[in-house]
Design a protein around this ligand. Structure first.
Ligand code: AMP
Ligand code: MG
Length: 491
């Protein structure tokens, strides 16, 4: 166990050189206070959890003190935003304080998001508001505990320092922890600038640091091909998770796509409640480019942007071949995850229709997506058993009766006991997801300096598949009076 003062900083990204980032310290936030801290993530860097209560932790996250060995930088990148290429973005409000190596020889980026202006801030203020910091903090941890690859979050520190968005809000900093913050846009910036050597250096660096499974000799075309294919595969798997859990990211710009296939840069995301395949969680997304049902297509489009940026290393034919993995990997992962949700251990041809018919009736009846699958996890397949819990969620219960007759027949082909299947389904169908109203209630209280609901949610969402007596309210839609309006890009 280490303290903040004795963390083992390595800082391999800064060592890549000044072409990839700009050195600068965070801008201190005045009179900071702790909003929440997360011992799970402290453990990733072998940090003694007691340290989260130390004044140094608040001083570190708020940019008032840097641990010895850190080497703060802002990373350079570009990106396609809503389909338009922006040649230079970069960390406009985040400071990467460096990489810390733990006793298991894992390297973790410690990044302060909301740490003040950088050379990449453009016209913006370099800050993040408490609202969006809490949203990212809770959601990145919720995703991780749902088994979905994600960046992590160690804590949030706030200040009364005013920040102007639609209204005046207050500032906060999120301590984000991830194996890497390299994005698709980190490569695109050098393609646009015609700096092909930097693309090569960055690719070889990422392969060396993060893709040890790539067997081909470093620096070879074969290794670059395996790298692109692996990013394609990881991204396809991540999106299959999103589509089966009902997660909409909201801003799938290429600068928000992690090179490691992690869910990343949480903004106006949303978890599906009443099922709507065209769900648009971001009110600023007027054309619905990033609607729920578009996510697989957009992920592929984004991967094409990445492939284009790698054309100095790979032929167009090789790029095409690597990209061709997306469709089958996405389809197979989706089918596998969905079968688990339905308690099916074998694969049969009729499963695709069973799934699409189900989604159709969920949509037609505006059924709450997580509640339905949790209720279905206690479905009794014996012919004369009642189907109450799941059926109750339908406006037209006969739609469920009809579908469940086919489901029963399908389950008869499975050689698994009722109890075993139900237990399995409960590990695939979370009882708790971060519903918008839950996040908003925690934010409303936090804005009044009551941070207990943030901690309560963090704890709840650590065990999303467990029944948690006393927390029934957290498993359903907003009670009347707590319904919240949509979210925008403002953060
Ligand atoms: P995002 O939409 O949060 O992914 O951000 C897109 C780009 O805008 C990134 O380069 C961010 O660093 C930058 N950005 C967003 N908000 C701010 C802000 N308040 N101050 C400076 N840069 C920002
Ligand atoms: Mg971003």
């Amino acid at each position: 166990m280490t303290s903040l003062g004795t963390l083992h900083f390595d800082n391999h990204f800064a060592r890549l050189g000044s072409q990839y980032s700009s050195p600068l310290p965070p801008t201190p936030l005045p009179e900071p206070y702790l909003v929440s801290a997360n011992p799970d993530v402290a453990a990733l860097i072998d940090l003694d959890p007691e340290q989260l209560r130390a004044p140094e932790f608040i001083r570190f996250v708020s940019g008032n003190w840097l641990p010895p060995g850190s080497k703060p930088i802002a990373m350079l990148y570009a990106g396609h935003q809503f389909g338009q290429f922006v040649p230079q973005l970069g960390d406009g409000r985040a400071i990467l304080t460096g990489q810390v190596r733990n006793a298991r020889d894992e390297s973790w980026d410690l990044q302060l998001k909301g740490a003040g202006e950088t050379p990449y801030s453009r016209m913006a203020d370099g800050r993040a508001v408490l609202r969006s910091s809490i949203r990212e903090y809770l959601c990145s941890e919720a995703m991780h505990h749902l088994g979905i690859p994600s960046s992590r979050a160690m804590g949030v520190v706030g200040s009364d320092f005013p920040v102007l968005r639609e209204t005046v809000e207050t500032a906060a900093v999120l301590l984000r922890v991830s194996p890497s913050h390299v994005r698709f846009g980190s490569f695109e910036v050098f393609f646009y600038r015609n700096q092909h050597q930097h693309i090569r250096t960055l690719a070889d660096y990422v392969i060396r640091q993060h893709f040890p499974e790539i067997a081909e000799a470093p620096g070879t075309t074969a290794s670059h091909f395996s790298f692109l294919r692996e990013v394609v595969v990881r991204t396809a798997r991540m999106i299959a998770h999103w589509q089966t859990v009902g997660f909409a990211h909201g801003v799938m710009n290429t600068d928000n796509m992690s090179i490691l296939g992690l869910t990343f840069d949480y903004g106006p995301y949303g978890f599906m409640e009443a099922f709507d395949s065209d769900f648009i969680c971001n009110h600023s997304d007027e054309s619905g480019r990033y609607a729920f049902s578009n996510q697989p297509t957009i992920a592929f489009w984004n991967l094409c942007c990445l492939a284009q940026a790698l054309t100095p290393l790979l032929s167009v034919e090789q790029c095409r071949e690597a990209l061709s993995s997306f469709e089958p990997v996405y389809r197979d992962t989706y089918a596998q995850l969905f079968r688990a949700k339905l308690g099916l251990t074998s694969a049969r041809e009729e499963d695709a229709a069973l799934i699409s018919d189900l989604l159709e009736i969920l949509e037609g009846n505006a059924v709450d997506y997580p509640m339905f699958f949790r209720a279905l996890s206690s479905f009794d397949s014996r012919a004369d058993a009642p189907t109450a819990a799941a059926k109750q969620l339908f406006q037209h219960p006969e739609a469920f009766e009809y579908w469940s007759a086919g489901y029963r027949t399908r389950l008869a082909h499975e050689g698994v006991s009722e109890a075993e299947r139900q237990a399995g389904m409960r590990t695939a169908n979370p009882g708790y997801v971060l519903r918008n109203w839950l996040a908003q209630r925690a934010i409303d209280r936090a804005q009044q300096k009551d941070f207990s609901e943030v901690d309560r949610l963090l704890n709840l969402l650590r065990r999303p598949f467990d029944d948690q007596p006393g927390s029934e309210e957290y498993a359903g839609p907003a009670p009347a009076g707590l319904i919240v309006p949509g979210v925008s890009c403002s953060s």
